[in-house]
Design a protein around this ligand. Structure first.
Ligand SMILES: Cc1cc2nc3c(=O)[nH]c(=O)nc-3n(C[C@H](O)[C@H](O)[C@H](O)COP(=O)(O)OP(=O)(O)OC[C@H]3O[C@@H](n4cnc5c(N)ncnc54)[C@H](O)[C@@H]3O)c2cc1C
Length: 450
């Protein structure tokens, strides 16, 4: 069926401003990118559609850092540093950071409070001198030739605006900016299937002994028993239900959001997203009802939060000069142009379950390098991409998409953008040795000591 269209009148769009570096999207990658570019003196604007930063980390209620640690020859060590250190210190100062906890006994993750995350992110960016524009949805670009972007177009509460930039960093998670500019991208695995999204929720007023009794270990068996008793299936095995910083509050990551035909919701399709938001809340009620009835420690508990949006794990992945693969993750690959490391395993969200694949433990160093080239969309001179929409295969992205990898990519992109501004203006001409020296001076671990 032909798509109906309407011709809009030609318009002149008010210019909001001109910046050295324009960052679209305020998730972990965008926070790190804008902070590092601004710290190095580039005039930097970060544009975010919500009224707060954090991306999936806050807007989708993730509330837990993965990817900061690696299992190095059997020993779990923190391997992501740099801006991540400053940011976590801030969250800790506000009292919103829990001590790291073990995951499958193989690696660590670390829970945080959403409020503290948002406040810490504002502070770190403003102190760096970055400009923040909230409630602004990126909607398109103006090109200066086929390979160079000159302006980002926004719809804001005060109307449509244009922002000129010298370097653009796409940290939208969905690769929006790159796609509008004409960059090549992929969606999903070889069959086009993306990882399933999940709607997170948090539960409050849980009895404190649930945390000390490790109640989270009981949920898979409870779910199985409930399925047998009621004949109603939970959409996903492997629930992740864990205490937050305050033991009376737990986060639940146990839904799996599919279309009526069973395929994963496409996070760049508004109609599917609308269906999925409702379906997520339906699944939450089903799951919470079981938890409340079956676990005495949850008898008085209630749903304290369903975040602003369902959690999207994967949409567009922009094709760059190098494409990080699942094999790179599993073999702990090294690259000459390393900008930092990923120590999180492959974590694929398939129909009904999660599949984890790990590098050799304890026989390997447990992390792969992330190469600078994965931040460079093919053929562009003033565009970089960082975070979950960077250049990775479906399998590679399932690992490096978590917060740790996003901080690493973001910090490197922002640093390289600032270097390009004081150099040729072309992100492809950035001297890798100099970039690595700057990142090391900023505290980043490049993964070169083994
Ligand atoms: C359910 C779920 C559970 C997860 N669990 C964990 C976990 O436990 N630990 C962990 O570390 N990671 C986890 N992840 C992964 C992790 O949260 C994300 O992969 C990570 O946040 C990606 O960061 P990002 O900066 O690339 O993009 P995002 O976090 O997606 O941020 C992108 C930002 O850009 C903004 N944006 C997008 N498009 C536009 C536009 N056109 N205009 C303006 N703004 C725009 C968005 O509002 C958002 O703020 C989970 C993900 C999901 C979905």
């Amino acid at each position: 069926m032909p798509v109906l269209t309407v011709a809009e009148p030609v318009r002149h769009t008010e210019v909001f401003g001109s910046f050295d570096v324009v960052v679209l999207g305020g998730g972990p990658a965008g926070i790190a990118a804008a902070t590092s570019a601004a710290r190095l003196g580039a005039s930097t604007l970060i544009v975010e559609r919500y009224g707060f930063l954090g991306g999936m980390g806050t807007a989708a209620g993730v509330t837990n850092f993965c990817g900061l640690f690696a299992n190095r020859f059997g020993k779990i060590e923190r391997v992501v540093h740099g801006i991540a250190d400053d940011f976590l210190r801030r969250i800790q100062e506000i009292g919103g950071l829990k001590a790291p906890h073990k995951v499958f006994g193989k690696i660590c993750a670390q829970a945080y409070d959403t409020g503290a995350y948002k406040i810490a992110a504002d502070a770190i960016l403003l102190e760096a001198g970055a400009h923040l524009l909230f409630h602004a949805l990126g909607v398109g670009v103006v090109m200066e030739g086929p390979n160079k972007i000159s302006a980002l177009l926004l719809e804001t509460k005060s109307g449509r605006r244009a922002v000129y930039g010298k370097i653009f960093i796409d940290t939208s998670g969905d690769g929006d900016l790159s796609a509008w500019a004409g960059a090549k991208y992929e969606v999903g695995d070889a069959a086009g299937a993306v990882m399933y999204p999940s709607t997170m929720f948090r539960i409050n007023d849980v009895a404190r002994d649930a945390a000390s009794n490790r109640a989270w270990t009981t949920f898979p068996a409870l779910m199985e028993a409930a399925e047998q008793k009621t004949g109603q299936k939970f959409p996903r095995k492997t629930p992740i239900i864990r205490p937050q910083n305050n033991d009376i509050e737990w986060r639940a990551n146990m839904t799996q959001i599919a279309n009526p035909d069973g395929s994963a919701i496409n996070g760049i399709d508004a109609v599917q997203l609308s269906y999925g938001e409702v379906e997520g809340r339906r699944q939450i009620l089903h799951a919470f009802t079981l938890i409340k009835q079956a676990v005495p420690a949850f008898a008085n508990s209630y749903i304290v939060d369903i975040p602003p949006q369902m959690g999207i794990r994967e949409t567009r992945r922009i094709i760059g000069d190098y494409i990080l693969t699942e094999d790179d993750v599993l073999t702990c690959a090294s690259f000459d142009d390393t900008i930092g490391v990923n120590g999180w395993p492959v974590e694929d969200h398939v129909a009904d379950d999660i599949i984890f694949k790990w590098p050799d433990i304890p026989g390997s160093r447990g992390f792969n390098h992330l190469p600078y080239r994965m931040l460079l969309p093919l053929g562009f001179d003033n565009l970089m991409v960082a975070g979950r929409c960077a250049s990775m295969t479906h399998g590679g992205q399932s690992a490096a998409r978590v917060s740790g990898g996003c901080f690493v990519m973001g910090e490197a992109a922002g640093t390289a953008a600032a270097m390009a501004i004081s150099g040729s203006g072309n992100v492809r001409n950035v001297d890798i040795i100099e970039l690595q020296a700057k990142l090391t001076a900023q505290g980043v671990f490049l993964g070169r000591d083994q």
